[in-house]
Design a protein. Structure first.
Ligand code: HXC
Length: 511
C-alpha cells in the first residue's frame, strides 16, 4: 500500500507530466514556429497566480488506430478560470503539442464545461484557438463535439461576452465557433482561418492561393471582416484581449466597470471649432474628434482595418464605457455601403446586448450608388444597421457634425429611430441631398450665374441644422469645443434609461 507521501509525490509527478503537454520536442517546434504554448498564453492572459485549471487529467476514450496506447493528460486543451484586472473570466487554450490541438469528444467536453460555468456565473469566456481541427481518429464524435460547442456559443450569445483568439491553424468547420463569438483576434503571419484550405481551393476552383492570402490575419482584418483585431505576435494579441475586457461588463445584467479618470468632464477643446472644414467636399479625420472627447484621449478601435469609412470602438467618458459609431469623412467621404453597414450593425447589437451606451457621430453623404452595391444587397445590409439602431434600448446619443443626407440621416441613429439626445454642430447640413444634386433635379438645365444663385438658395434653406431643430428632431445645437461636456451631460441624463421592446420570441433582422 502507498503511503500518503508516495501518493502526494505521484500526484505531483502526474500533474507535472500533464503540464508538459505533448513533450519538449513538440514545444520546441511550437516556439520555432513563432508561437507560444497554451500555458504560456494563459499566463499572459490572466493576472499572476489566478489561473485555476479544470480537467487536467482528462484523457480521450478512443481505441481506434492504436489510440488506446497514445494518451496525453489534458487531451489537447487547457481549461479553467482566472482573473483579468481582478475580474473573473473563464478560458480554454488549445494545446497544439497534443494531437495538434485537435478536437476530441473529451476535449470538446472540457470546453463545454467552462463555457457553461461562464454562463451560469456570468463572466466572459475566452477561447485561445490553435488546432488542426477535428480529431481525425474520432470521426463523428469529434463533429458532435464541435456542434455541441456551436450550440452553446449560440446560447451564450448576448449572455456573456465571448472572445476568440486565433493563434495558429483554425480550419474547416472549426472556424464556426470563433465566428459565433463576439470578437476574433488574429496574429499576423502565424494564424489562419478558412473553411477549405489552399489544396481544396486549387482542386475545386483552380485558384492558386497561399494559406496566408486565403485566411491570414491581414485577409480577415481587411478583406472579409471576419476578424476584429490583428497583432504582431501572441503576446500582443493577448494584451489586446485584456484591454478589450477592461471596457466590457462581465455579463448582460451587469454594467461595464468604471475607470476613474482625472480628465475634467467639462474640458473644452477650442481646436474642435476648426476641425470640420466649411467646404463640404473637404475631408477630416473623425478620429480626431473622438480622441478629443474621450477620457485621456484613449480610444480602443474595433475592426480598424476593415470598412474604414465607418469607425467603431470603445472609449470612456467620465470613466464609463461608451461605444462609438462614426462615419469617417476621411475615407470614401464617410459613405454608407454594404461593409460599413454590417460592421456598424454588429457592433451596435453587441453594445445593446451588454448595456453599453452608444454615441453616433454623423457626417454621411448618403448610401454608395452603383450596381456593385445594389447587386450585393445594400438594401438588406443597410437595413441591418437601421434595425440594429432601432432595436437598441441602451442610451443612444447622436451628434451631426456636418452632412446628414437622405436615408443615411434616418439610419444613423436619428431621433426618429429612437435616439435619446440628438445634437448638431452649427456646421450640420441635414437635407434630402447635397445642394448641387438637389438643384440639378429640381431645376434641370440651369447654368452659370442662375445655377450658382439657386444652389446658394438651397444651401441657405436646407444645408443647416435649423430646419431639423425647428421640428425638434435636433434637441440642441452645440459648439464643437463643448462636445465632451455636452455628451457627458447627455450620458448622465440617460443613465437610468429603461426601455423594453415589445415581447416577442425574437425579431427578424434582415440577414
Ligand atoms: C489528429 C492531428 C490533427 C487532427 C494535426 N494532428 N491535426 N491529429 N487530428 N486533425 C497531429 C499530427 O498528426 C501531428 O502529430 C501533430 O498534430 C502536429 O501536426 P503537424 O502536421 O506535424 O503540424 P504542422 O506541420 O504544423 O501542420 C499543422 C496542420 C496539419 C496544417 C494543422 O497538421 C494538418 O493539416 N492537419 C489536419 C488538418 C485537418 O484536415 N483537420 C480536419 C479538418 S476538418 P505528431 O504526433 O506527429 O506530433 C475539420 C472539420 C471540423 O476540422 C468540423 C466541425 C463541424
Amino acid at each position: 500500500m502507498m503511503t500518503n507521501e508516495e501518493k502526494y509525490k505521484l500526484f505531483e509527478e502526474k500533474s507535472k507530466q500533464a503540464e508538459m503537454g505533448g513533450g519538449a520536442a513538440r514545444l520546441e517546434k511550437q516556439h520555432a514556429a513563432g508561437r507560444l504554448s497554451a500555458r504560456e498564453r494563459i499566463d499572459l492572459l490572466v493576472d499572476p497566480g489566478t489561473f485555476v485549471e479544470f480537467d487536467k487529467f482528462v484523457v480521450h476514450r478512443t481505441t481506434n488506430f492504436g489510440m488506446d496506447k497514445n494518451k496525453f493528460m489534458g487531451d489537447g486543451v487547457v481549461s479553467g478560470y482566472g482573473k483579468v484586472d481582478g475580474r473573473l473570466i473563464y478560458l480554454y487554450a488549445q494545446d497544439f503539442t497534443v494531437f495538434g490541438g485537435s478536437l476530441s469528444r473529451t476535449n470538446a467536453d472540457k470546453i463545454i464545461k467552462v463555457t457553461k460555468l461562464a454562463m451560469k456565473n456570468g463572466s466572459p469566456i475566452i477561447g485561445l484557438n490553435d488546432s488542426g481541427g477535428a480529431r481525425i481518429q474520432e470521426g463523428v464524435q469529434s463533429l458532435a463535439g464541435y456542434a455541441d460547442i456551436f450550440w452553446l456559443n449560440t446560447k451564450a450569445s448576448g449572455v456573456v461576452p465571448q472572445i476568440s483568439a486565433i493563434l495558429g491553424p483554425c480550419a474547416g468547420g472549426a472556424v464556426y465557433s470563433p465566428a459565433l463569438t463576439d470578437f476574433i483576434f488574429m496574429v499576423k503571419d502565424t494564424s489562419y482561418m478558412f473553411v477549405t484550405g489552399p489544396d481544396v481551393v486549387k482542386s475545386v476552383t483552380n485558384e492558386d492561393v497561399t494559406k496566408k492570402e486565403l485566411g491570414g490575419a491581414v485577409t480577415h482584418n481587411t478583406k472579409s471582416g471576419v476578424a476584429h483585431f490583428m497583432a504582431e505576435d501572441d503576446a500582443a494579441s493577448i494584451m489586446s484581449i485584456r484591454e478589450l475586457l477592461s471596457f466590457l461588463p462581465s455579463n448582460n445584467m451587469d454594467s461595464a466597470p468604471r475607470k476613474k479618470s482625472s480628465d475634467p468632464i467639462d474640458r473644452i477643446d477650442k481646436k474642435l471649432d476648426q476641425l470640420v472644414p466649411a467646404d463640404p467636399n473637404k475631408p477630416y479625420d473623425i478620429k480626431d474628434l473622438i480622441h478629443s472627447i474621450v477620457d485621456d484621449s484613449y480610444f480602443y478601435e474595433v475592426q480598424e482595418h476593415y470598412a474604414q469609412n465607418m469607425v467603431i470602438g470603445y472609449g470612456r467618458m467620465d470613466g464609463k464605457t461608451v461605444g462609438f459609431v462614426a462615419n469617417q469623412p476621411a475615407f470614401y467621404a464617410g459613405v454608407l455601403d454594404i461593409e460599413s453597414s454590417i460592421k456598424a450593425a454588429r457592433f451596435v447589437r453587441f453594445c445593446d446586448a451588454f448595456n453599453i451606451p452608444l454615441i453616433t457621430l454623423v457626417d454621411v453623404p448618403g448610401f454608395l450608388p452603383g450596381t456593385v452595391q445594389e447587386y450585393g444587397g445594400i438594401i438588406k445590409h443597410g437595413a441591418k444597421l437601421l434595425y440594429a439602431f432601432a432595436e437598441a434600448t441602451v442610451p443612444k446619443i447622436t451628434l451631426i457634425t456636418r452632412k446628414a443626407y437622405g436615408g443615411a440621416y434616418d439610419v444613423m441613429n436619428s431621433k426618429h429611430i429612437g435616439a435619446d439626445v440628438n445634437f448638431a454642430y452649427p456646421s450640420a447640413e441635414i437635407a434630402v441631398m447635397g445642394a448641387a444634386g438637389a438643384v440639378n433635379i429640381l431645376y434641370r438645365g440651369l447654368e452659370g450665374e442662375e445655377l450658382t444663385k439657386t444652389v446658394d438658395e438651397y444651401t441657405d434653406t436646407f444645408a443647416n441644422p435649423y430646419k431639423a431643430a425647428e421640428m425638434g428632431y435636433i434637441d440642441e445645437i452645440i459648439m464643437p469645443h463643448e462636445t465632451r461636456k455636452k455628451l457627458i451631460q447627455a450620458l448622465e441624463m440617460t443613465e437610468n434609461k429603461s426601455e423594453q421592446n415589445p415581447a416577442k420570441k425574437h425579431g427578424n433582422i434582415p440577414l
